[in-house]
Design a protein around this ligand. Structure first.
Ligand code: HEM
Length: 468
């Protein structure tokens, strides 16, 4: 179900039978946000929510204002829907809402150590693997121009290289043979991963059988490689026994590929933006000690000095990152809002933040919020722009693709450096063009709201080659 406990209906029936009108999840108590039950008993808004959560939540906001509670599948979701109501309130709340299911804390701590202590090593390994996957594949059989789907190209490259980086490679230092094996193996992993990824909305909504789930996840089992990185364990949720530890980690890498896809597509559709990124790249690479073709790693100095590319990335994520940030309320409590009002929340409510609507597409914060503007996150002097306002107040988090506060994305540094390295490699080593220059930016696959990066409804055909 969209949000768990399903016992309310039984309670309601029971209380009706007993002739006592006790209040449960189906009525609004004093001090609580407006409650919208929807027209279908128990199911509430579950169907509309699953079909297109963004439109549904925008409608609810229109109807009820900045904060409301909706019912779905017997549970209650409380939605603070205005940027000003959080994450100030979020910080207040964290002690009383449950961030992750029990059992995953130790795993997260291990990953935290890895991505913080070893970020440099991860970044270097990622560059080697990206080069091998992106450039090696092309030299192997198919040199010259290829027609491919842009999503497939980006997703495949980042997922495969990310898999090799975190799960280990055949042999290090690399030989040509071991790299070819890594490419073949990682291509298999990507293929299976992608099949599962396409089922993810259904998997998450529980509309696939457990047997089917176990079978599919089992295929991704990490039994075939013996890297010590495998001990990095994530999200081994008790409620999903078939999701082995390693798979959880793989699943977390499902965002970088689609992000790189949107980024490159926006560049291909905006020649001015592409020229600005290329210009920046030439300047920064020209200052580097080595020609880019000989670089075995991208110096951190290069990665850290690309404000135009940073702005393009921020703008891409503003437009396409749409995670639900949800927490379960574990005790009855009062939630203070930024404007001084206070609302009561009940134990068992699910608090749901959806930054995609606000702040990310809030017209009070961003002019033309639906439009890609490559320099939106740049000041006039070319430095990073951090000041955005709503109702005259500066926003602490003008865009929230990584979540905020206590549970902010742990892989952020690694994800950013992976995406930037990929874009740099494509722009410096490859030719990439749209097959039809007038192709429209595709619509979102609407079933994917809540999972992180949005994916397109259809892939975009491109012509691609590694430069001779
Ligand atoms: C474009 C890429 C990515 C985006 C947009 C993204 C976004 C997010 C968001 C929004 C959250 C917060 C969820 C919440 O508060 O409920 C999160 C959490 C997390 N992410 Fe990412 N992520 C990305 C890539 C990665 C990668 C590559 C890794 C690891 C290899 C990773 C590891 C994690 C972990 C471990 C958490 C949980 C942190 C915690 O609860 O303490 N992420 N991510």
């Amino acid at each position: 179900g969209a949000w768990a406990p399903a016992s309310c209906l039984c309670l309601r029936l029971l209380s009706t039978l007993l002739g006592r009108r006790r209040c449960c999840g189906f009525c609004r108590r004093p001090g609580e946000p407006p409650l919208d039950l929807g027209s279908i008993p128990w199911l509430g808004h579950a169907l509309e929510f699953g079909r297109d959560a963004a439109s549904f939540l925008a409608r609810m906001k229109e109807k009820h204002g900045d904060i409301f509670t909706v019912s779905a599948s017997g549970g209650r979701g409380v939605v603070p829907a205005a940027a000003g109501t959080w994450p100030g309130a979020w910080g207040e709340l964290r002690a009383r809402v449950s961030p992750w299911e029990p059992g995953s804390h130790a795993a997260l701590a291990r990953l935290r150590t890895l991505v913080h202590r070893d970020l440099q090593a991860l970044t270097e390994a990622m560059f080697t693997n990206l080069r091998s996957v992106l450039l090696g594949d092309a030299t192997e059989g198919a040199s010259g121009w290829r027609e491919v789907g842009l999503l497939d190209l980006c997703y495949g490259s980042l997922l495969r290289a990310g898999y090799l980086t975190l799960y280990g490679v055949e042999a290090s230092p690399h030989t040509q043979e071991s790299q070819a094996q890594d490419r073949a193996h990682s291509a298999d992993v990507y293929h299976t991963f992608r099949q599962l990824d396409l089922m993810l909305p259904k998997l998450a909504r529980g509309s696939l059988s457990v047997g089917c789930r176990s079978r599919e996840w089992g295929k991704l089992g990490p039994a075939t490689c013996s890297s010590p990185m495998l001990t990095v364990v994530l999200m081994d949720k008790p409620s999903q026994p078939a999701v082995t530890v390693g798979n959880g980690l793989l699943l977390l890498q499902g965002n970088t590929g689609p992000a790189a896809f949107w980024l490159l597509l926006f560049l291909l559709k905006n020649p001015e933006a592409l020229a600005a990124v290329r210009g920046e790249l030439e300047r920064v690479l020209w200052r580097a000690e080595q020609p880019v073709s000989q670089m075995t790693t991208l110096p951190q100095k290069v990665l850290d000095n690309m404000p135009v590319l940073d702005s393009v990335l921020d703008e891409t994520l503003r437009l396409t990152a749409a995670p639900f940030i949800t927490r379960e309320v574990v005790v009855d409590m009062a939630m203070p809002m930024a404007d001084g009002r206070e609302f009561s929340l009940r134990r068992g409510d699910r608090l749901l933040l959806f930054p995609f609507l606000s702040p990310q597409r809030d017209p009070d914060i961003y002019s033309d919020p639906e439009t890609f503007k490559y320099d939106r996150f740049l000041n006039a002097d070319g430095s990073e722009k951090r000041d955005f306002y709503k109702d005259g107040k500066r926003l602490k988090h003008p865009s929230v693709p990584w979540g905020a506060g206590h549970n902010q994305c742990l892989g952020r540094g690694y994800a950013v450096s992976s995406m930037k390295q990929f874009v740099v490699l494509v722009l410096t080593h490859c030719d990439l063009e749209l097959i039809r220059a007038d192709v429209e930016v595709p619509e979102f696959d609407l079933s994917r709201y809540g999972f992180g990066l949005m994916q397109p409804e259809l892939d975009v055909p491109v012509r691609f080659r590694v430069r001779p």
